[in-house]
Structures are given as structure tokens and as C-alpha cells.
Design a protein around this ligand. Structure first.
Ligand SMILES: [Zn+2]
Length: 286
């Protein structure tokens, strides 16, 4: 390991020499705007050439730190009271999610939010059923109308036709309450699984959404409202996205291909590959 001597000359951080265009939505930048940059070496007493991938001396007592998520180079003063001698080693750093895995996480969380909405609707419906069981008819009307209004907003028909169910057409109310409760629990677990980007959550969501598509499609024969059609289109898109993009059931190489994609985008090799044009991993500072 050889030391990189501090210099009095100001050294431009990588990526500041030429203008770079980003033509697509950059989830890394959005994530950093929300959670802050992920920097290493801000607490280190010295920085060497071996750290050049993530932090460099920039001259005049400053350091350029590379954000491990968005690749932005942030100019900061060297610490006056460093808590460690050298920059943290690669085995000490947990790399943040970036690239395709980050984009996929955002999409999964958007799907999870729609599930949270379904849970809210189901809670209102369950409240309506319980209200009927407790002979609170006026309360039932309020809750069920609220649930129907909410469903109209996103077009989801997870519990379509509940008015008829509650009027007694679908059997004993306790049976309806049990069905709604089971669906509520499943949607909750699915939402949590998707939010945390788990594999089981993606499988559960695919199966559950496919099953819920059946009553939605059947409903088309009685009422082809815009809400129903939008709901079907969204759910079909969700199922296709999960199957194809997340490579479920062995599609497109399955889990091994999924892991390879994560390794390709979230790794030290990816950081070395994604250096801005014109900068090297071991710059020769004067
Ligand atoms: Zn960043």
C-alpha cells in the first residue's frame, strides 16, 4: 500500500470534466435525494491511491467522495477528528441497492402500495360485515359505501359485489366475514413481502393476483365499467411484470439469472465499471 500524498493543487472530482446526459429516470438520484448519499472514508485519517474507486484527495484539504449508490462525487473537507486510520475495507462496506435491482424495488413498492389500498378497502368491508352482525345497519351502509368509493378511485375490484354479499346472497354473514378476513390477511402479507422485495412475496402476489383476476373478468360480463377494465389491465400488468422481470417459476433463467443480475449491478466490479469517462480507478495525483 502506498500513500497518496495530499496536494495543494485542487483536483477536479471525476465526472465534472465533461457534461453527461441522463435520458432516463434515475432511481439512484431519487433514492439519494430521499435518503442521502452513501459515502465511505468520511471518518478516515488518511486516503490512499487504493481507495480511488470511492474516495480521493482533492487538494487543499478536501476529499472527493463517491456516492456508492448514485455515482455522484461529493467534495467534503477531510475530517478534523477522524475515528479510524484508514478507509473501511470492501468487506466492511454494505453496498446499497442500485441499477436494475433498485428500479425493481421501486416497482415492487408501488405494487405494495396498491395492496395497502386494498387492505384499507377490505378493512372497511370487514367493518361493514361486523356491523351487520351487530345489527348496526346504518354503520354498515356508511362503511360499505366508503369501500365502494375507494375502489372506484383505483378501479380495483378485489371485493367486487360485496353489497350483494352483505344482503345475504352469498350465505351466512360469518362465512363472508371469514372470507374477507382471510383475503385481508393475505393482502397484508403480500404487501409486506413486496415492500421488502422478497421472493416469496413475489410468488404470493403472482398467485393471488391471478386468482383475483378470475372474478374481475367474470364481472366484465355484467358491467364493463372503466374502473373494472383499468383494474384488470393493472393486475395483468403486475402478473406479467412479476413473471417476466422477476423471472418467477424459472422463466428467463429463474433465480440464478436474478442473482447474476444483482451481482452485475450491485458489486465492486459494477463500481469499477461505472466510473465516469476519463477517470481511472488509480489516478496519479501530483
Ligand atoms: Zn448518491
Amino acid at each position: 500500500m502506498h500513500s497518496q500524498a495530499p496536494t495543494d493543487d485542487f483536483v477536479r472530482p471525476p465526472g465534472t470534466g465533461t457534461q453527461q446526459r441522463r435520458s432516463r429516470l434515475c432511481f439512484e438520484l431519487l433514492s439519494c435525494a430521499w435518503k442521502g448519499h452513501v459515502l465511505v472514508g468520511t471518518d478516515a485519517a488518511s486516503v490512499t491511491a487504493e481507495d480511488a474507486l470511492v474516495v480521493r484527495n482533492a487538494g487543499r484539504g478536501a476529499r472527493a467522495h463517491r456516492c456508492l449508490r448514485c455515482d455522484g462525487w461529493i467534495l467534503l473537507p477531510a475530517p478534523t477528528e477522524p475515528s479510524r486510520a484508514t478507509v473501511a475495507g470492501r468487506d466492511e462496506v454494505v453496498l446499497p441497492t442500485r441499477g436494475r435491482p433498485l428500479k425493481s424495488r421501486v416497482v415492487l413498492r408501488l405494487i405494495a402500495l396498491t395492496r395497502a389500498f386494498n387492505v384499507l378497502v377490505l378493512l372497511l368491508v370487514l367493518g361493514g360485515v361486523v356491523a351487520v352482525l351487530a345489527n348496526q345497519t346504518a354503520l354498515r351502509e356508511t362503511l360499505v359505501v366508503s369501500a365502494a368509493s375507494l375502489q372506484e378511485i383505483i378501479g380495483g375490484q378485489t371485493v367486487g359485489g360485496l353489497q350483494s354479499l352483505l344482503s345475504g346472497d352469498a350465505g351466512p354473514l360469518w362465512l363472508v366475514a371469514t372470507g374477507v378476513l382471510v383475503l385481508l390477511l393475505l393482502e397484508t402479507v403480500e404487501g409486506i413481502g413486496l415492500w421488502r422485495a422478497t421472493r416469496w412475496g413475489q410468488y404470493l402476489s403472482t398467485v393471488l393476483t391471478t386468482l383475483l383476476l378470475v372474478p374481475q373478468v367474470l364481472q366484465l360480463s355484467s358491467s364493463a365499467s372503466p374502473g373494472t377494465i383499468i383494474g384488470i389491465v393493472v393486475n395483468v400488468a403486475v402478473v406479467l411484470y412479476l413473471l417476466v422481470s422477476k423471472r418467477l417459476f424459472g422463466l428467463r433463467g429463474g433465480l440464478p439469472a436474478e442473482k447474476a443480475e444483482v451481482e452485475h449491478d450491485v458489486s465492486w466490479d459494477a463500481l469499477a465499471r461505472d466510473l465516469p469517462p476519463g477517470s481511472t480507478a488509480t489516478p496519479a495525483l501530483t
